[in-house]
Write a protein that binds this ligand. Structure first.
Ligand code: GRF
Length: 195
């Protein structure tokens, strides 16, 4: 019997990548076993609830120390016994200790062709830099922010006349294809290594 990869998704907001991941989940590839949000008002949380996904809210603001917050986050993640933790618009910088605890199991989607444009505001910066190509990257998370090994990328041609908002919308469409495809492939690799 094949078992789905157990995935916990961490979100903070809109959750459109969560929706894409959830729609592509299959019993023979991966299953979203939990959704953790750093914000109680995240739109993605509402979606997860309507889909009957198990959800938790862990608000960083409630913890005086980052270490205390991350300890609760890690303990919560571990209750799901996940094979993979997928960051999807999770707006917290995680400490080295946290990242190392989940080495090889923590992945992220970033809206640029890394290593170009790590950090925020990628679409405006790409337009200002005059690049001809832009896109999205799924990568392993390491202590270097947006600097971990690349799993997969999708690219598009930049129209120099488009706005940052238009470019963001086009990249987001790519993200919704890229993230589920990358996770599906990871699930297949994972299954092969377990045989
Ligand atoms: C996406 O652009 C993702 O690449 C970035 O944050 C955004 C999250 O969007 N890390 P959503 O919450 O998945 O709609």
């Amino acid at each position: 019997m094949t078992m789905a990869l157990r995935v916990v998704v961490l979100i903070s907001g809109r959750g459109s990548n969560l929706v894409a991941l959830h729609r592509s989940a299959r019993p023979q590839t991966y299953e979203i076993v939990g959704v953790i949000s750093s914000r109680a008002d995240a739109a993605g949380l509402a979606y997860a609830r309507t889909q009957g996904l198990t959800t938790q809210v862990i608000e960083a603001g409630r913890y005086a120390q980052r270490a205390a917050y991350e300890a609760v986050l890690a303990d919560t993640i571990d209750t799901y016994a996940p094979d993979m933790i997928a960051l999807a618009g999770f707006m917290r910088i995680l400490t080295d200790g946290f990242v190392e605890r989940y080495a090889g199991r923590l992945i992220n989607i970033h809206p640029s062709l890394l290593p170009a444009f790590p950090g925020l505001d990628t679409h405006r910066r790409a337009l200002e830099a005059g690049v001809s190509e832009h896109g999205a990257t799924v990568h392993y998370v390491t202590p270097i922010v947006d600097g971990g090994p690349i799993i997969d990328q999708m690219r598009l041609t930049v129209d120099p006349h488009e706005t940052a908002e238009q470019l963001a919308a086009r990249v987001l469409t790519l993200e919704h294809e890229l993230y589920p495809a990358a996770l599906t492939r990871l699930a297949e690799t994972h299954r092969r290594t377990r045989l």
